[in-house]
Write a protein that binds this ligand. Structure first.
Ligand code: EPU
Length: 436
């Protein structure tokens, strides 16, 4: 049965919220564990659909996985990897599963991984991943929608990425860990999740330097150098930015805990420019507040450390009610403005021309029924619903469950009026009973 969020807007969010582990990091750490012929335990694992899918992918390879939701940990024992195929049924559910390609070729010298195909937000090709593995000596064939990679032994090589792709950087890093010799990735992605992956790899005994810069070097090690570890995932900067947006947008005041504020510098600065108050109150906590109507800004999404594309839709939700005109240019994805028609239905004044959006701030949004098209567009509709007058219903929230754990409960702890309901619940009943 499908579920929806029912939201009554207009309450300023107050209190404090704890941020969980980074989805876009933990999925890669789990894939990296395939390289290690010993048990690995990962902590600060968020309770997300995507984590469940990655567990299924890894189990399909014959690797033992134990997920302890209470402890927020995943234990992975890849002492044996008995299968080298990641099937379409799983890869099509979550593109990030494609990351097992590099780890499998490195560990097993062979991998058969379904091509993920496009998704709602863009074409999302994997050509850089494939070229990178070829540079390390893998022979790659694409047949029947699968990438077949084989190699007697990977050897280090030089890889230049046309754009600093996060996934390609990670796939090549994983492939290079057990290769003969050194691999240099130039124009590498610099996201905090890349640094987290490098730290994880180094903790298990790999030799990775330069992560967090545009040039990463991986000196191959022999498999017997890799060993058991326990590792804690970094905080989710996108979840943190989403909550910051809600607090600012509802003119609330709250503390965001368990984060690395440095990972959010670009977003924090933009919010401050818009009129928000953001104070570092502890090394891992920010106090976020806003009293007045925000002012519009312009921005272009860019690879880290630029404006994160994953927070573009949240910022748009703020701009639609800000003072003045703001221009957003989405430079990473071809189709990441899926929230635009829904925000317009709430009264937003947005002109979109290809990857540019011109937003003229209106005084108020009004609640209505909204459709989440993907994870971040869906989350931005929740932000908008919390700011709007009246009730909003957000449908297709399974997209949101992929990347935000316990979303509605965290929002409710801040005083937000939001409930998860079965879609069938008549709207009248929701209006009358939800917020008593
Ligand atoms: N690209 C290519 N060829 C490639 C690889 C990428 O053309 O071989 C293009 C993509 O089509 C895209 C751009 O390069 O237009 C950037 O893609 P990138 O590879 O950097 O993204 P990704 O690794 O597929 C990760 C996150 C995304 C996040 C991007 C950018 C994960 C699981 N996903 O995707 O997160 O938007 O980096 O920061 O790590 C999300 O969490 O909602 C999400 C989409």
């Amino acid at each position: 049965m499908s579920e929806i969020f029912s939201i009554r807007g207009g309450t300023a969010l107050k209190g404090e919220v704890r941020i969980g582990g980074a989805k876009n990091s933990v999925l890669k750490l789990m894939a990296a564990s395939i390289l290690v012929p010993a048990p690995v335990k990962i902590y600060n694992v968020p309770d997300l659909t995507d984590v469940e899918i990655m567990i299924e992918v890894i189990r399909q390879l014959g690797v033992k996985v134990d997920y302890d939701k209470q402890e927020r940990s995943v234990s992975i024992d890849a002492t044996e990897v008995t299968e080298v195929t990641a099937k379409y049924e799983l890869v099509s559910k979550m593109r990030a599963s494609f990351i097992v390609l590099g780890a499998l070729v490195s560990r097993c010298r062979e991998a058969v991984v379904a091509l993920p195909g496009g998704c709602a937000i863009g074409e999302r090709r994997v050509d850089f991943h494939i070229r990178g593995l070829e540079a390390l000596g893998a022979k790659i064939k694409i047949e029947n929608g699968y990438v077949h990679a084989k190699v007697p032994k990977l050897t280090g090589g030089d890889v230049y990425l046309d754009i600093p792709s996060v996934g390609a950087t990670e796939n090549i890093m994983l492939a290079a860990v057990l290769a003969d010799g050194s691999t240099h990735i130039q124009n590498a992605a610099q996201e905090p999740e890349i640094v987290d992956l490098a730290n994880f790899l180094n903790s298990v005994g790999a030799d990775v330097t330069g992560a967090g810069t545009s040039e990463i070097t991986i000196n191959g090690v022999s498999p017997d150098k890799l060993h058991s570890i326990e590792y804690t995932t970094i905080p989710d900067r996108i979840e943190a930015g989403t909550f910051m947006s809600m607090i600012v947008g509802t003119r609330g005041k709250a503390i965001i805990r368990d984060i690395y504020p440095a990972h959010l510098t670009f977003y924090t600065n933009k919010l401050i420019r818009m009129g928000a108050n953001i104070k570092l109150i502890e090394p891992t906590s920010l106090e976020v507040s806003c009293r007045n109507r925000l002012n519009s800004i312009n921005f272009v999404t860019q690879p880290y450390p630029g404006f994160p594309t994953d927070l573009q839709s949240m910022a748009m939700a703020l701009l639609v009610v800000s003072n003045g005109v703001g221009i957003i240019t989405e430079s990473l994805y071809e189709n990441r403005f899926m929230q635009v028609p829904e925000l317009r239905r709430m009264g937003a004044d947005i002109h979109q021309d290809r990857n540019h959006a011109i937003i003229k701030g209106v005084k108020k949004l009004s609640g209505t029924t909204l459709l989440a098209s993907d994870l971040r567009a869906g989350a931005s509709l929740v932000v908008a619903g919390l700011m709007a007058d009246g009730n909003s219903i957000v449908k297709n929230i399974y997209h949101i469950d992929r990347g935000y754990e316990n979303f509605e409960n965290k929002i409710r702890l801040l005083g937000g009026k939001i409930e998860r309901l079965q879609e069938e619940t008549p709207v009248e009943e929701i209006r009358n009973e939800s917020y008593i």
